[in-house]
Ligand binder design. Structure first.
Ligand SMILES: Nc1ncnc2c1ncn2[C@@H]1O[C@H](COP(=O)(O)OP(=O)(O)O)[C@@H](O)[C@H]1O
Ligand SMILES: [Mg+2]
Length: 476
């Protein structure tokens, strides 16, 4: 097969520049080798797009009829591209299609992407500013940029082409997607996570979701710069990571949980033995002594699955000092709590919940659903004795991502788990552009429950200073 770079010849670069002038600017777009897709925001462009797609379809069919696809796949990328280019030239000339050189070059690169790579997805995959790509059938492709979801003008020829591309993606991890196995998780070569759900389950054509892998993970000081957390809040998070608090990071989809977990792991002492368990390796730990584990989905015959629970259980036999679970979503919650409870202080995990309170009940539900016939109170007691801090991440309605709570789990009052917020984010209003105005606020707790832990690790002065600074800010 050809690599994704197969269409990155110099010639394309020129066309990219040429074609660029005819396109809408894309803020923050990374420099890429292939021309970007036309993003049609105005309805007036729709007709032109329609013409382009029908021309492309025509030329594509003619090309497929002419070309020896098998021979093409034995060629180098550049050579294959030249081959395709030559044939397209002939077809365009024969058809007297009357298109400009720029349009013809755009066509060439589009078709190259189709045949040699991930088709219309290529330009989106090449952009670094995109967090998610969501394809709902052939003609609706959405992206998330800067916390906001927008529709692109990118389209697939038809659902069949889309399904073929899905197939190409999942075949790389030895899977298949079709009517008999219409749900599939996979990963791109660059680490991006992919989910495909095909008809008949997806009614309007294959649905493809890609969470793009970011090589450059955001650092805590960047989160401070973005206003996701205040400097004092960040300082407290650093201390929480360093003094081995057991932490749950809670948040919705795409709220920044994994990013935050990755940040927190940055403050772990380099001498500690860390074991990470993930569905798809995303975390990038800087420490030298790390074992990275990944779950495995069942194969085509439905066998060989290794669950998160199996991984976490196995961790305990690997003499870990800290266990980091990428995403807790099932019965492994029990094993993680147990690990936290049995001398693996400083373990961490993320889970899907919209508030620290909800995170607590989610854990309880995950354990109950996992078949543990423990009374609710016993589960809560277990949670109280294992989890120290819940950090809540959220993607707010203006697209910004914020850390909205740093909350301690304190104990039990009767049947109820008691918590205390150290830090919260208050929304105060909205500016004329619809951006939310708010601030991080210390709740004035002078002595968090993890104070003794901080003292044990010699961090109490730093903690006191951070809390003082935060409170001064509130008073001001
Ligand atoms: N505080 C933040 N500010 C801006 N972008 C962020 C922030 N946190 C995360 N992101 C970006 O949001 C996307 C989703 O983040 P991720 O941590 O993977 O979310 P989750 O694990 O909650 O699904 C990534 O592209 C990431 O770079
Ligand atoms: Mg995540």
């Amino acid at each position: 097969m050809f690599g994704k770079k197969s269409c990155s010849g110099e010639k394309v670069d020129e066309t990219a520049v040429e074609a660029e002038t005819a396109r809408e600017p894309q803020a923050g777009a990374a420099p890429i080798q292939v021309p970007k897709p036309v993003v049609h925001s105005a309805a007036a462009k729709a007709e032109k797009a329609e013409q382009y797609y029908s021309l492309k379809k025509e030329i594509f069919s003619a090309l497929i009829a002419t070309i020896d696809v098998a021979a093409l796949s034995n060629m180098e990328g550049e050579q294959a591209r030249n081959e395709i280019g030559a044939i397209i030239n002939d077809i365009v000339a024969a058809k007297k299609a009357g298109i400009s050189l720029a349009e013809q070059n755009e066509l060439l690169s589009d078709i190259c992407n189709d045949i040699l790579g991930y088709g219309p997805l290529e330009p989106l995959l090449a952009r670094d500013d995109i967090a998610d790509i969501m394809v709902n059938g052939a003609s609706h492709v959405f992206i998330e940029v800067g916390g906001k979801v927008q529709e692109t003008g990118v389209r697939f020829r038809d659902n069949e082409q889309l399904l073929n591309i899905c197939q190409r993606i999942v075949s790389q991890v030895g899977r298949r997607v079709d009517e008999s196995s219409p749900i599939c998780d996979a990963r791109l070569a660059d680490g991006s996570r992919v989910n495909v759900i095909a008809p008949p389950l997806a009614i309007d054509g294959p649905s493809l979701t890609i969470r793009k892998f970011k090589k450059e993970k955001l650092k805590l000081d960047q989160l401070v710069r973005f206003g996701s957390i205040s400097p004092e809040g960040a300082e407290i998070l650093k201390i929480i990571g360093r003094v081995r608090c057991n932490v749950l990071i809670s948040g919705g989809t795409g709220s920044g949980k994994t990013t935050l977990l990755n940040c927190l792991t940055g403050y772990i002492d380099p001498g500690e033995r860390i074991i990470t368990c993930e569905d798809a390796a995303e975390l990038q730990l800087q420490q030298p002594h790390v074992v990275r584990l990944e779950t495995r989905p069942p194969n085509i015959e439905g066998q060989g699955e290794i669950t998160m629970r199996a991984l976490v259980k196995n961790c305990l036999r690997m003499r870990p000092e800290r266990i980091i679970v990428g995403e807790v979503r099932g019965p492994e919650a029990f094993d993680l709590l147990q690990a936290m409870n049995t001398g693996h202080d400083g373990s961490m995990g993320t889970l899907h919940a919209n508030s620290p309170r909800e995170a607590i009940s989610r854990i309880e539900a995950m354990i109950t659903m996992g078949g543990h016939s423990l009374p609710a109170k016993a589960i809560r007691e277990m949670l109280v004795s294992s989890v120290d801090v819940i950090v809540q991440a959220a993607r707010l309605r203006d697209g910004s991502r914020r850390i909205t709570h740093i909350t301690e789990v304190l104990g039990m009052e009767g049947d109820v788990v008691t918590t205390q917020d150290l830090f919260v984010y208050d929304i105060q209003g909205e500016d004329e552009k619809g951006n939310l105005i708010g601030r991080h606020r210390s709740t004035g707790i002078g002595r968090p429950a993890f104070w003794d832990r901080a003292r044990y690790y010699g961090e109490e002065a730093r903690l006191a200073a951070a809390l003082d600074a935060a409170e001064m800010k509130v008073a001001a």
